[in-house]
Design a protein around this ligand. Structure first.
Ligand code: ADP
Ligand code: MG
Length: 245
């Protein structure tokens, strides 16, 4: 594994009003590393990864992503976001655009790529997630699993340095979970740097280099999957695993 650091969080804290949602988070994600973040609902998982592409702002500590320090006075969050792909629970595709256009728009508008080039890249990644035949449909005409694969393809079209996933299979019907996990697994085996918030523990075991367990805004346990699953040290982590496994 490379030692190049893609994400570095140092003593990161964040509050919503008086409520502290992130409490002294320290995390490094290296190039090619696959991290799974898990923990109970409300523990701050979404907030943490949303801070990594500046969808949320932290108030204390330091976050560097792909060499850029995130802070309040930064001129252009676009510089960060174009290098950070994000896949959400509810797909968040543009409903009024075709699948193909969903994939073309980012590279054209944000990276200034030509229409022909954007189309070529989009088709290549739709092929990659195995739905090239859906290119001219609108999101609503696709199943949830297909929509989520479009969302992944759309992110890949930006050629991101890291992909963030926020419970990408939680809103899917059970029979569609595996097609999305397979796509993610295949990305992982291609060497993509990934931070995945997920409760899919079989995926975590198979793919993660490291598991981060959060509770009440803190990372309370961190380790390689085998140690985490067979011998968690933290009480809350043990309890969590007992509930979901
Ligand atoms: P998780 O993803 O682990 O379920 P979140 O990061 O979504 O947790 O939320 C952590 C805590 O912060 C929760 O208690 C949630 O209610 C609170 N929270 C999340 N977003 C906001 C917001 N925009 N304003 C106020 N509180 C929020
Ligand atoms: Mg969440």
């Amino acid at each position: 594994m490379s030692t190049e650091t893609i994400i570095e969080a140092k003593n990161v804290c964040k509050w919503y009003g008086a409520f502290q949602v992130l409490n002294d988070i320290n995390l490094e994600v290296h190039k090619g590393e696959r991290i799974v973040v898990c923990g109970p609902s409300g523990s701050g998982k979404s907030t943490l990864i949303r801070c990594f592409n500046r969808l949320e702002a932290h108030q204390k500590g330091e976050i560097r992503v792909n060499g850029i320090t995130l802070h309040n006075k930064m001129r252009d969050v676009g510089d960060v976001r174009k290098n950070v792909g994000m896949v959400f629970q509810h797909f968040n595709l543009f409903p009024h655009m075709t699948v193909l256009m969903n994939c073309m728009i980012g590279p054209m508008w944000i990276k200034g790529v030509s229409k022909e080039e954007a189309r070529k890249t989009a088709l290549q990644y739709l092929e990659r997630v195995r739905i090239p035949e859906q290119a001219n449909k609108f999101p609503i005409q696709l199943s949830g699993g297909q929509q989520q694969r479009v969302a992944i393809a759309r992110s890949l079209c930006m050629n991101p340095a890291v992909m963030l996933f926020d419970e990408p299979t939680s809103a899917l019907d059970p029979e569609m979970v595996s097609e999305v996990l397979e796509t993610m697994t295949s990305l992982a085996s291609d060497g993509m740097t990934m931070v995945c918030v997920t409760h899919e523990m079989a995926f975590a075991r198979a793919v993660a280099d490291r598991i981060i367990f959060m509770d009440a805004g803190q990372i309370v346990e961190e380790g390689e999957p085998n140690a985490f699953f067979t011998n968690p040290q933290n009480d809350r982590a043990r309890q969590f695993l007992n509930q979901i496994l």
